[in-house]
Design a protein around this ligand. Structure first.
Ligand SMILES: [Zn+2]
Length: 161
């Protein structure tokens, strides 16, 4: 019986200790909450002190974000022409038939029949005050001469008519 009572007493003591501990825990939690509140509501100095770490956090967050590299812009590979007869009305890549080097042609423009035709038509339409000279300034109406920049030989003339 004696052991029982001592055991009971011990149990009671433990119970009391537990209760007091739980009370202390409550107090501590309350204190923590109050501290959190004061931090959030902000004594200005505290707030300022807090803000740099926040930005640091954001920076770190941004850094840790995966960096997505977009696909490179789809630029079509420049067409290499094989026949001088196929040359377009702009500078193009071709294998020079004279020096056999892969070159980008030099283009020059000269007044061709189309320029004259457009000029004549504009005169017929009443554009006699200088407007009829416009076709001589527009590359679209001129013939295109392709030259090899390597050996300076004439490759082809793209005629507009
Ligand atoms: Zn050449």
């Amino acid at each position: 019986m004696i052991t029982d009572t001592t055991e009971n007493a011990e149990l009671e003591a433990i119970q009391r200790e537990l209760e007091s501990l739980s009370l202390q825990k409550k107090d501590l939690l309350d204190k923590q909450e109050r501290l959190n509140l004061t931090q959030h509501n902000g004594v200005p100095s505290l707030y300022n002190h807090d803000s740099p770490p926040d930005t640091m956090k954001n920076k770190q967050h941004q850094d840790s974000e995966p960096c997505y590299m977009g696909a490179p812009p789809a630029v079509p590979a420049p067409k290499v022409f094989t026949d001088v007869q196929e040359l377009p009305s702009y500078s193009a890549k071709i294998r020079c038939p004279h020096c056999h080097a892969f070159v980008t042609t030099e283009v020059s423009y000269s007044v061709g029949p189309v320029s004259w035709l457009v000029c004549t038509m504009s005169i017929l339409l009443g554009c006699v005050a200088g407007c009829c000279l416009i076709p001589f300034c527009m590359k679209n109406f001129k013939d295109v001469h392709h030259k090899c920049p390597n050996c300076r030989s004439h490759l082809h003339t793209v005629k507009k008519l």
